[in-house]
Each structure stands twice: as C-alpha cells, then as structure tokens.
Design a protein around this ligand. Structure first.
Ligand SMILES: [Zn+2]
Length: 119
C-alpha cells in the first residue's frame, strides 16, 4: 500500500465520523423513520492535496446505513468511486455501492467506535 492509499483509507474513517453525526441528527428528527432517505457523504475517501476531496452524496435510508455500519470495515460510496486496490464491492444498488475493506486496509479503519469486524 502506498502513501496515497493509506491517506485515502484514513480519510474514509474521517468521513464515516461525519456520517455518524448526520445519522444522529436525522434519527433525532421527529418525523424520521427507518425507510426515510437522507444524503450521506460518499465514503470513498478520495483526496486531493490533503483535502478530503469527495463532495458527492450517497442517498440511503437510515435502515440501509445501519446495515452497512453493522460492520466496521464496510463503507458506502458513489458507484465508480470504489478502489479495487483497497476494497471489494459486496453490494450494488442504483444509488450506491457497499465496499468491504481488504485486510491490507483494515488496520487503518480499525479505530471505528462501533461495529463488529467482519474478519
Ligand atoms: Zn466519492
């Protein structure tokens, strides 16, 4: 794994923390239910010049997001933003892909505050 990939993987973990906040706010909305869709940040972690470069949004329901978050090495990205060097696509939909970190990248995202490792 090169430095760019390492930075990308770390960015993914950062973006995930932002999405966690989004989910908390969405869940706190009195009108929200599990089937309501919200815009989350794409978790691809692409970076340009040390900035977290991806501004695209992934539209997911709270239920879909929770299913992805149940495993701490899975991330939701915009179709086409997957990186075959770091992750495998485990699920595809019209709106997003779910990617599973390859073992080489897992240590970089292992400080996730919740979720079980997929092994
Ligand atoms: Zn992206």
């Amino acid at each position: 794994m090169d430095q760019r990939q390492e930075r990308q993987a770390r960015n993914e973990a950062l973006v995930r923390q932002v999405n966690e906040k989004i989910e908390q706010v969405d869940q706190a909305s009195s009108f929200a239910d599990d089937e309501m869709a919200f815009e989350f940040h794409c978790e691809c972690g692409r970076a340009d010049d040390d900035e977290i470069g991806c501004d695209e949004r992934v539209v997911m329901t709270l239920r879909e997001y929770e299913e992805i978050r149940a495993q701490d090495d899975r991330f939701a990205v915009v179709p086409g933003h997957e990186d075959a060097a770091l992750e495998d696509v485990v699920r595809r939909s019209d709106r997003f892909l779910v990617v599973d970190k390859k073992p080489v990248a897992e240590p970089l995202v292992a400080d996730d505050p919740r979720g079980a490792a997929s092994g």
